[in-house]
Ligand binder design. Structure first.
Ligand code: PLP
Length: 454
């Protein structure tokens, strides 16, 4: 890897000193510490002359691709206006415009929007709104969920890795297995649960699709027992799984929806909680309570403009239809290419939120290697795959945060067939090496050992 020179080297060193040195070291070990110079659409160009295809999309931030020219221009024009970006004592008209468009597209009982800056912050708001509306404290979530790392959102996640060392979290939170309607109804029957908060497709749990009818049944059960049905669409929303919301793909009418990530256009943090008028009234129902839940950056002009411009691009470029057709194409090509390999267990997904699940090998020779790996660290197998795809093939991907055997394939919705073909050829080469080459495993085991030592 070429050494950084000049200003770049200074900034990189400052990051190591003052931001997160462990992160920089991890990227070094994984040979992924690249300095990106230009990011356009689904392509990333580094200052050492390499080009990468982005199949991660910043964890579903870049639905419209990197630095979409329409978005860049809309933001530049907004800046040039010198408007009231954050006066805080005014009615933010851009927030009104964005809310109206989000609500019109979301439909159902959603009549109001609360704006904030991140998915976690949206989940926090949904927790508070649910409690205020129902007068109950209990919160139910699905096992394996990822809802964010602030204390409230983290209380809705069960993986010990994320929770350890951070002290007691919110009381009254419980999990049920994703897809298990009976377990859900058992908890709801107590009538102590304010909300069931669920991702329609569990992304970080391994791109897990809901069993047929599960979400509709969950919604009906929530209504029966007076529990709010809240969808975390931070990853699935804004056409990632095809429909404007995944709720539409599954015929749902949620009480609240959390949106974030792609609403930013990949440029200005923006998030929204869509809620029913009845919930709004329970939280904000008097003059005294007009700002009882808010946030400084909530309705800021640039974030609202980014959201509006993102909706324009999604609509003008028919990116929902594109997510569906390209998703089908991607899964078909992957299945054709990978189905013969014993370690490839399943290829699944919806729209352009896709996962390739790997399984421990049964062939003795491969099993020996795999078990050495698993003993070093459970995440290492997937991480080596990610590293190989990046270093040798110029493809950026990641494994799922709560399921290390699933590689996520979630490119920008603007992705082209030729990019998908290139991704499929690359992953096939890496998977083939994994099944045929001893040196693939010896290099990988060496890397795993070095990683756990630092
Ligand atoms: C489904 C889901 N919900 C919530 C969050 C938290 O969002 P943020 O990182 O913007 O706080 C994430 C983040 O990855 C997510 O995937």
């Amino acid at each position: 890897m070429p050494l950084l020179t000049g200003e770049a080297a200074v900034s990189a060193q400052l990051y190591r000193e003052h931001v997160n040195p462990q992160w920089a070291r991890l990227l070094d070990v994984l040979q992924m510490n690249v300095r990106y110079q230009r990011c356009v659409g689904a392509e990333l160009f580094s200052d050492d002359g390499r080009r990468f295809l982005d199949f991660l999309s910043g964890y579903c931030v870049h639905n419209t691709g990197h630095n979409h020219p329409y978005l860049v221009e809309a933001l530049q024009r907004e800046l040039e206006k010198s408007g009231p970006a954050m006066v805080q004592s005014h009615v933010a008209d851009l927030a009104g415009e964005l809310a109206a468009r989000l609500i019109a597209q979301a439909g159902g009982r959603l009549g109001k929007a609360f704006f904030c800056s991140s998915g976690s912050e949206g989940v926090e708001a949904a927790i508070k709104f649910s409690r205020a509306h129902t007068g109950r404290n209990g919160l139910l979530y699905a096992r394996g969920a990822f809802h964010g790392l602030t204390c409230g959102a983290l209380s809705l996640m069960d993986r010990p890795f994320w929770r350890k060392a951070f002290g007691p979290l919110l009381p009254g939170t419980e999990s049920v297995p994703f897809g298990d309607s009976i377990a859900l109804e058992e908890k709801l029957r107590t009538r102590e649960i304010a909300a069931f908060i669920v991702e329609p497709v569990q992304s970080e749990a391994g791109v897990r699709l809901p069993p047929r009818g599960y979400l509709q049944g969950a919604q009906a059960a929530c209504r029966k027992y007076g529990t709010l049905f809240v969808l975390d669409e931070v990853q699935t929303g804004l056409h990632r799984t095809g429909g404007f919301l995944a709720a539409h793909d599954y015929g749902l009418d949620p009480d609240m929806v959390v949106l974030a990530k792609a609403l930013s256009g990949g440029l200005i943090p923006a998030a929204a909680v869509l809620l029913s008028d009845a919930i709004y009234d329970s939280v904000y129902g008097s003059l005294e309570r007009a700002i009882v839940h808010t946030s400084t950056f909530s309705e800021n002009g640039l974030a609202m403009r980014a959201g509006l411009a993102t909706l324009d691009v999604l609509e003008h470029e028919h990116l929902g239809e594109r997510a569906n057709s390209m998703g089908v194409y991607l899964r078909e090509r992957l299945r054709e290419a990978l189905s013969g390999y014993e370690m490839v267990k399943e290829i699944r997904g919806k729209g352009l939120l896709n996962g390739i699940e790997f399984a421990p090998p049964s062939t003795l020779r491969l099993r020996v290697f795999f078990e050495v790996f698993a003993k070093i660290h459970s995440a290492m197998f997937g991480q080596v795959l990610v590293m190989r795809l990046f270093r040798d093939e110029g493809i950026l991907t990641q494994i799922c945060g709560n399921n290390f055997m699933v590689l996520k394939a979630a490119p920008p919705l603007t992705i082209e067939e030729r990019h998908i073909d290139s991704f499929v050829r690359s992953i096939t080469r890496v998977v083939d090496l994994m099944h045929t080459s001893g040196s693939f495993w010896t290099e990988a085991i060496g890397l795993a050992r070095r990683t756990v030592k630092i």
